[in-house]
Design a protein around this ligand. Structure first.
Ligand SMILES: NC(=O)c1ccc[n+]([C@@H]2O[C@H](COP(=O)([O-])OP(=O)(O)OC[C@H]3O[C@@H](n4cnc5c(N)ncnc54)[C@H](OP(=O)(O)O)[C@@H]3O)[C@@H](O)[C@H]2O)c1
Length: 336
């Protein structure tokens, strides 16, 4: 089978190669991958910023959808031809996260999905929402489940509340789509006026360019008549968190998700105490969250926003495209 494996850190060390196709164990399903999507995490993994002690060779990428091509002898839930989507952490079925569940994250310490065939435990797989293509479903496992968890499981977003979204990448655009679905008022910041136009067309109520207006937290306070937002999907990390704290209402919630501007630095904690804020770390989500999200995605016929689809042979170009941050929504690779 064809695959790409990382042989050393750096996109240029991602090499196309071949391995024998695997055989499923009794409780496993063999999935032929039809499409994968990229996440910012994949760049961190490939650049050596996610785990500097990563073992090589490693097949990268966590998010994919495909069809069942073989099942182990104990598997009754799936049959050949079923269209399936694969959770980010196949061992996190339900309940709280644990070290064992986290260790199953695909494309990290275990091989990921940039390969033609994979073996996945049968109880982890989910059916594709029927209205979605493989390319659209491949967009869901990390970015969409993270947004879902940050909004509804951790964040407990209520209709009428105000939601702050940062940028127009995968997590934030799912945040926009789900936030609209839930009746939130949405404030979205981006570095690009063109992308802000697109976000408004998708239903963002208030937008602000954080590049031309670096003090965006003041604008957020103006928009909310000085009150601040109820909930933020914080994807910026250290460079944005201080501003988010200022832009958040009393008793507000911050779902701490991303590290786009870095992971460490100085933080004034005064706002957290005085406004009684909640900050909750998010690490994607469980299969149960994914299933609940898929029910809503199906009910609302929600379609992920796909920026661009690359071919399997163009996988390196796809990663370089993500690196430029010119995209809006998800970057996808289709297996031919
Ligand atoms: N904890 C978790 O489980 C989890 C899960 C998924 C993702 N993440 C993290 O969340 C972050 C976003 O991931 P992603 O896959 O959605 O990324 P992505 O698709 O690559 O999106 C990146 C976008 O973020 C925006 N951005 C960059 N710097 C910004 C800043 N200073 N302020 C506001 N927006 C900024 C830019 O949008 P504009 O071009 O519109 O400005 C950029 O295009 C990453 O750090 C990723 O590692 C964490």
């Amino acid at each position: 089978m064809k695959l790409f494996e990382l042989q050393a850190f750096g996109i240029e060390h991602l090499k196309r190669t071949e391995r024998p196709a695997p055989e499923p164990d009794a409780d496993e399903v063999m999935v032929r991958i039809r499409a994968v999507s990229l996440n910012y995490r994949d760049l961190l993994v490939i650049q050596g910023k996610y785990n500097p002690r990563l073992q090589f060779p490693r097949v990268p990428l966590s998010d994919g959808a495909g069809e069942v091509v073989a099942v182990g002898e104990k598997v009754t839930a799936w049959k050949t031809g079923d269209r399936v989507v694969i959770p980010f952490m196949p061992a996190w079925l339900d309940g709280e996260l644990s070290a064992t569940k986290a260790a199953s994250a695909l494309g990290g310490d275990v091989d990921g999905l940039l390969q033609e065939f994979v073996l996945i435990r049968a109880d982890a797989l989910l059916p594709l929402p029927p209205h979605l293509s493989f390319e659209q479903a491949a967009a869901l496992p990390c970015a969409a489940v993270t947004a879902w968890n940050g909004l509804f499981v951790s964040g407990n977003l209520q209709p009428g509340q105000t939601l702050l979204l940062q940028g127009t990448g995968g997590v934030s655009l799912f945040g926009l789509q789900f936030g609209k679905m839930a009746g939130a008022t949405i404030v979205l910041i981006s570095s690009s006026d063109t992308k802000l136009d697109r976000a408004r067309a998708m239903g963002a109520h208030h937008t602000d360019n954080y590049r031309t207006e670096p003090d965006w937290e003041k604008r957020v306070l103006e928009i909310t008549q000085g009150r601040g937002v109820d909930l933020t999907l914080e994807v910026g990390g250290m460079g944005t968190l201080s501003k988010t704290l200022k832009a958040t209402a009393y008793a507000g919630h911050i779902s701490l998700i991303g590290v786009l501007t870095g992971i460490s630095g100085e933080l004034q904690i005064g706002h957290i105490l005085h406004k009684a804020l909640t900050i909750r770390g998010i690490y994607v989500g469980s299969r149960a969250m994914f299933a609940a999200m898929n029910a809503a995605v199906t009910q609302h016929k929600l379609e992920p926003v796909i920026d661009r689809i690359f071919s399997f042979d163009e996988s390196l170009d796809a990663l370089r495209h993500l690196e430029t941050a010119q995209h809006l929504g998800k970057v996808v690779i289709r297996f031919d």
